[in-house]
Design a binder for this molecule. Structure first.
Ligand code: MD6
Ligand code: FE
Length: 153
């Protein structure tokens, strides 16, 4: 993983020498800010009849950043979907099945695209192979923001 990240909501995603985990506070000790209403509205429009998200993870991909194939499985209940919002530069998203060796497909995610991984696809492997740096004018200095929403507990 080569992205930079921050978070909003009741939990942020954090990594240090002890590994990756959900944390109630920013490393500085303050609470994460509330998830903005405009982002909550997207969750309510696409996630279905499900609890509100508890984590809004904000990843920034600069030139050359990528994210290796992974499953999102650090949450307590896989009945709830993960919703992902893409902003800025185009990104090549690869998605496979629930086993690491399964066949994969790739699609370009563009600014404004919203992806939902839920139901039988909730635990599918996925990642970002590359971004097309400078393909969008949304962010003045280029790059891509990906916002993911999750129910954690
Ligand atoms: C990204 N997305 O688009 C990485 N996870 O930058 C994810 O890792 C992801 O798009 C769970 C559900 C949807 C996703
Ligand atoms: Fe993911």
């Amino acid at each position: 993983m080569s992205v930079r990240l921050t978070a909003a909501g009741d939990f942020g995603w954090f990594s240090d020498q002890r590994g990756y985990r959900y944390e109630k506070h920013h490393p500085s000790g303050v609470n994460w800010p509330a998830i903005p209403d405009s982002i909550m509205a997207i969750w309510r429009a696409v996630a279905g009849e499900v609890p509100d998200p508890e984590c809004c993870l904000i990843n920034f991909y600069g030139e050359g950043a990528r994210m290796g194939l992974h499953q999102d499985r650090d949450e307590a209940n896989f009945d709830w979907p993960v919703v992902s919002i893409s902003l800025g530069d185009d990104a090549l998203f690869r998605v496979g099945g629930t086993e690491r060796g399964d066949k994969t497909e790739s699609i370009w995610l563009q600014s404004g695209d919203v992806a939902v991984m839920g139901g039988p696809a909730r635990l599918n492997y996925h990642g970002i192979d590359r971004i097309k740096f400078g393909s969008s004018s949304l962010l003045k200095e280029g790059g891509r923001l990906n916002i993911t929403l999750r129910v954690v507990r």
